[in-house]
Design a protein around this ligand. Structure first.
Ligand code: CA
Length: 432
């Protein structure tokens, strides 16, 4: 059995040739999990991305069941063993090629599904620059509320409308209270926004009444996806007091098709420290390991492709660059520990959104609400267009990659969707 770190050796090559291309996001050092199918409406199979192919794990005999929920619920030690087995079998010069080649399919020939059935979805608010910028719009003198530095703020979202990259959706309708109006109107949102986030996919869960400690938290995290928490700001402004987001968020959430595992992220961990003068976390949110390596260095980008760009063959423009480690005030382990401290059960396949991951610098604000100062200053695009908020047929694409000198970079794939025209008013789902 090879040592765990061997799966990260930068000189490892695969017999899947495209995986060795320096521009490929899915080298043998990555091995992210997802679900795919080769025929419409067929059951999903568990796949691992390698180069320009997907490996059918069940077909290759690397797992016994094609049920992703079962795989997620396995202990972290089993996940690590599977990673080592996959790495050995896909390694150039190894003997895996003859056995595995029939279970490899071009990514262009398969449909990618949600990487797992999403059981519950909670969304946090750990981007401190986002919290400050958004708070400043309402409370210029005190943008951060007093609890922010003590408790990871979150709310329970909706799992039924989480979709995988590539699913477009109609602009949502809802109640909007216009400026100077005396009563709200029902209308399509005029302030459609994206939020650049990461999604934590929970592996093994915890029983109700128990809590996950900081020391154990990382073992309960299967891995990370990209996440776009689409937000209708005008609906949100009217409905969010006093209980928080509701219909402004629950119409659509997009995730990338691949879960980059906790094991794959190991070389890209970073220390985390509180800025001088900030309170130290309470003991249940603190650990030595968390201080040494609680953060994850993921470079993030948001690309916008308008209909006009698409018509002229322009693949879009990068409008946000940010980094998970720089943006986040709380770590993944702290979110797991806090979520369960009251005895709440997390389930294998639960999704925890981080919240908008804005950086502090120019070009690092990670939603249009922040970029445009609440819809006051438009963002100017290089083709002459401008945006306060998203227009119909705008496509938003999130991308992420981990890089560190001495290691092969790994990518997350894409998290992409397009806002389409709102459905006619009123449109009600016919009884089925
Ligand atoms: Ca959010």
């Amino acid at each position: 059995m090879s040592a765990p770190h061997d799966t990260h050796a930068p000189d490892l090559m695969s017999w899947v040739e495209a995986a060795n291309d320096p521009g490929c996001p899915f080298p043998i050092q990555n091995l992210p999990f997802g679900r795919f199918r080769r025929e419409p409406n067929a059951p999903w199979s568990i796949g691992v991305a390698i180069g320009d192919k997907v490996l059918d794990l069940c077909g290759a005999g690397l797992v016994d069941s094609g049920d992703m929920a079962q795989l997620l619920a396995q202990p972290a030690s089993r996940r690590l063993a599977l990673r080592e087995a996959m790495s050995l079998a896909l390694r150039w010069g190894g003997d895996g090629q003859r056995k595995l080649a029939p279970s490899l399919f071009p990514l262009t020939d398969v449909e990618l599904g949600l990487p797992c059935d999403i059981r519950n979805y909670s969304d946090f608010f750990i981007g401190i620059h986002h919290a400050s910028n958004a708070g400043r719009l309402n409370r210029p003198d005190a943008p951060l509320l007093p609890n922010y530095r003590w408790v990871p703020i979150g709310y329970h979202g909706r799992a039924s409308t989480v979709q995988v990259s590539g699913h477009d959706f109609p602009r949502p309708k809802g109640q909007v209270m216009r400026a100077h109006a005396t009563q709200p109107v029902l209308q399509p949102s005029e302030r459609m926004d994206f939020e650049l986030e990461m999604g934590i996919i929970v592996g093994q869960g915890n029983a109700q009444g128990t809590s996950i400690s900081m020391e154990a938290a990382e073992r309960h995290i299967f891995g990370l996806t990209l996440l776009n928490d689409w937000s209708a700001r005008d609906l949100q402004a009217w409905e969010a007091q006093p209980l928080g987001p509701f219909l402004a968020k629950s119409f659509m959430t997009t995730v990338s098709p691949w879960i980059v595992t906790t094991e794959a992220l190991r070389p890209f961990r970073k220390p985390t420290a509180r800025p001088k003068g900030d309170p130290q976390p309470l003991p249940y949110l603190d650990s030595e390991q968390n201080r040494a390596s609680g953060a994850v260095d993921v470079g993030l980008e948001v690309w916008l492709q308008t209909a006009a760009m698409r018509a002229s063959g322009n693949e879009g423009e990068c409008i946000v660059r940010s980094n998970f480690a720089d943006a986040a005030y709380w770590t993944m382990a702290q979110l797991m520990a806090h979520h369960t401290i009251n005895g709440c059960a997390l389930l294998a396949g639960d999704l925890l959104g981080t919240g908008t991951l804005s950086g502090a610098g120019d070009g690092e604000a990670a939603c249009l609400l922040e970029i445009t100062g609440g819809g006051k200053q438009p963002i100017k695009l290089s083709n002459g267009e401008e945006r306060y908020f998203l227009q119909d047929d705008d496509t938003v694409i999130l991308r992420g990659r981990c890089e560190r000198p001495g290691y092969r970079w790994i990518g997350f794939g894409e998290c992409r969707a397009t806002v389409r025209e709102a459905m006619a008013l009123p449109a009600f789902d016919a009884e089925r």
